[in-house]
Each structure stands twice: as structure tokens, then as C-alpha cells.
Design a protein around this ligand. Structure first.
Ligand SMILES: NC(=O)c1ccc[n+]([C@@H]2O[C@H](COP(=O)([O-])OP(=O)(O)OC[C@H]3O[C@@H](n4cnc5c(N)ncnc54)[C@H](OP(=O)(O)O)[C@@H]3O)[C@@H](O)[C@H]2O)c1
Length: 323
């Protein structure tokens, strides 16, 4: 495992820097004096367009790429826009990874997510469980595209020796999260529902499904911290030589959706009742990452869930609600 800061002055392209993950990575890199950052909005550079991506890489030759650009959403969006989820994500990652290879990129970190693991995989989810069984139906198109991204990195390493590898964060939340109820993940959706119910003096809030599934949540600034730790200390060979294709990032702790709802209601100050819409799907029963590998490399999460929810709610009030 190398452990130097040879990447400090490299030209780092943060793809997706306007998103929740990309903006956290950019903030954290800037805070640590990585001042050679390259960022393009999707209007300036549409990663779906191969020619635009090729021209950008040829002109800029980024030395490090953090792949946080993707089409992302919760159960409803994943299940409704199935074709868009598979097409957009395949195109974005194929265009970027191939151009990174063509232009001699020294290191690329690709972001997947825990939904790439099989629906009924044993818990906690070990890196080895990739491709060992069927995926959850609602997000299968997204997961297939993400698995293709993991395998692109792995096979560009195996054929061309590219220093490209993938990280699998658990569910993330924090500043710049998506609070649109049509497309958001569970934590920001609940935060908004409870907030609006409090403001409108509603007596109850309805959750999708039984509330019994268990989920793990990582504050996005902790993920950004992990990305920088990996840039500085972990190379592709360190991953693939262990017989795995990607490395998990999470807290290693999970809670039920009902417990999460109670915690958010407490932080938001909603005092009404929590009801359940049992006609709606629960999704995968449990998704907990085995984070022993990243822990043994020397990285651990810092922000406990309640503290992270408090920070996120503060951000929501300042940036969404009061605008
Ligand atoms: N959110 C989570 O809980 C979670 C958990 C695990 C892993 N991840 C992974 O982290 C990555 C980022 O997720 P996120 O939550 O930060 O998503 P996000 O907030 O929706 O951000 C997505 C980013 O991708 C950019 N993008 C999308 N389509 C693009 C295109 N055609 N061309 C250029 N840029 C494009 C967006 O730019 P515009 O805004 O300009 O469109 C935005 O900057 C994804 O790979 C996701 O799988 C997320």
C-alpha cells in the first residue's frame, strides 16, 4: 500500500461536482489544498455524448478522475425510468472510463452503490458477493449499469494496467441531497415529509411499506473523506490482488426505516403519528455493508447518524426551505 501525497498537485477531474457526492468530494479536496481541480457542469460537458467526452479528455488530460456523475434516484425513479437508468449510466461510465484510458489518466475512482449486491445476499454484504445471485427488480437496470462500470474498471486494469477501481458506498445523505419527493432517496424524502407536516400542522405522515427493512446510512462528507484517503493510499492492484472488484464504504451499522423515521421526526420536531402505506413495496429487506476491508486499510466513518441528520436538516432549512 503506497502512502504518499503524490496526487496533491495532480489535475483532478471531479465528474458530477454539482451532485451530492461530487460537491462533497470537491469541498473536501479544496479544504485539503488540492487546488488543481477540474469541474464541468452537464451543460458544459454532457457525458452522454462520446465526442464531447473525447474532446474534453484530449484537451484537458486529467491525471485523476473521480466518477461521481450518474443518473441517480430512489425506488420510484429507478422503477419508473428503467430504460433511462440503464442507458444513461452505461453511456456516462463507458465514455469517461474509455477516454481516461486513452489519455493516460493515472488514477480513476468509480462510484457504485450497495444495490449492486444480490437481493438475498447474506448480510453484511461482502465484496465477494458481487454477481453471486439475482438483483432486486426495482433497481436492476441501475445496478446492471453500475456492475458494468465496475467491470470496465477491472478489465481496463487487467488488459491495459489502468489504475482504475470502484468503491461501493452505502446509502448516503447530506448537503446537496435531492429532496424532490418524486425522485429522492428515503432519508431526504422523510426529512421533507416530516418538515412539511410540522409546518402544516398535519396529524400524521405516511411511510411507504412496513418500515421494517433495515438500512445503513453514511454522511456524505465522510464518504468524501474516504475518497481522499483512497486517492492517497490505495491503488488498483491493492483491490484486484485480493480477488475482489470493488471496495465497500459505510458505517457497518444499520437501523430499520421505522427507527430512521422516528429519529428524523425528532430532529425535525414533528410530533404527529407515523402511518404505513402497505400497498407500496419495501424493497430489499436488509442492506448492510461489510466494511472490514476499508476499516483494516485504516479508514473509519466519523459522523454518527443523529449528528448527520441534524447537519442535513440545517442545510435543508438554509438552502431549500428558506429559498
Ligand atoms: N446518493 C446516494 O445515496 C449514493 C449512494 C451510493 C453511491 N452513490 C453514487 O454516487 C454517485 C453520485 O451520486 P449523487 O447522489 O451525488 O447523485 P446526484 O446528486 O444526482 O448527482 C449526479 C451528478 O451527475 C451529473 N450528471 C448526470 N448526468 C450527467 C450527464 N449526462 N453529463 C454530465 N453530468 C451528469 C449531475 O450533473 P447535473 O446536475 O448538471 O445534471 C450531478 O452533478 C453515483 O454514482 C451514485 O451511484 C450515491
Amino acid at each position: 500500500m503506497s502512502n504518499d501525497s503524490k496526487y496533491q498537485n495532480k489535475k483532478i477531474y471531479v465528474a458530477g461536482h454539482t451532485g451530492m457526492v461530487g460537491s462533497a468530494v470537491k469541498r473536501e479536496l479544496e479544504a485539503r489544498n488540492y487546488d488543481n481541480l477540474l469541474c464541468k457542469s452537464s451543460e458544459e460537458l454532457n457525458l452522454l455524448r462520446q465526442k464531447e467526452v473525447e474532446d474534453f479528455f484530449e484537451a484537458e488530460k486529467p491525471e485523476v478522475v473521480i466518477m461521481a456523475a450518474a443518473k441517480v434516484g430512489g425506488i420510484l425513479a429507478n422503477n419508473t425510468y428503467r430504460a433511462e437508468f440503464i442507458y444513461n449510466n452505461l453511456m456516462i461510465e463507458a465514455n469517461v472510463i474509455h477516454s481516461a484510458y486513452k489519455n493516460g489518466c493515472e488514477k480513476l475512482i468509480f462510484l457504485g452503490s450497495s444495490c449492486i449486491y444480490p437481493k438475498m445476499a447474506p448480510q453484511p454484504l461482502k465484496e465477494e458477493y458481487l454477481l453471486s445471485d439475482y438483483l432486486e427488480f426495482t433497481n436492476e437496470p441501475y445496478a446492471i449499469a453500475k456492475i458494468a462500470g465496475i467491470k470496465l474498471c477491472e478489465n481496463y486494469y487487467r488488459q491495459y494496467g489502468c489504475n482504475f477501481y470502484s468503491i461501493m458506498p452505502t446509502n448516503l445523505y447530506g448537503p446537496n441531497d435531492n429532496f424532490d419527493l418524486e425522485t429522492s432517496h428515503v432519508l431526504p424524502a422523510l426529512m421533507r415529509k416530516f418538515h412539511e407536516a410540522k409546518v402544516q400542522n398535519k396529524k400524521s405522515v405516511t411511510l411507504w411499506g412496513t418500515g421494517k427493512p433495515m438500512r445503513e446510512f453514511l454522511y456524505v462528507d465522510d464518504l468524501a473523506d474516504a475518497v481522499i484517503f483512497l486517492i492517497e493510499t490505495v491503488e488498483a492492484k491493492d483491490i484486484y490482488s485480493k480477488g475482489i472488484s470493488q471496495i465497500n464504504i459505510g458505517t457497518g451499522k444499520d437501523i430499520t426505516i421505522n427507527e430512521l423515521a422516528n429519529l428524523i421526526a425528532e430532529v425535525v420536531g414533528f410530533k404527529g403519528e407515523i402511518q404505513h402505506d402497505l400497498t407500496k413495496p419495501d424493497g430489499t429487506p436488509r442492506k448492510l455493508m461489510d466494511v472490514s476491508r476499508i476499516n483494516s486499510l485504516g479508514w473509519k466513518y466519523k459522523t454518527e447518524l443523529k449528528e448527520g441528520i441534524e447537519k442535513t436538516y440545517k442545510w435543508y432549512l438554509n438552502n431549500i426551505e428558506n429559498k
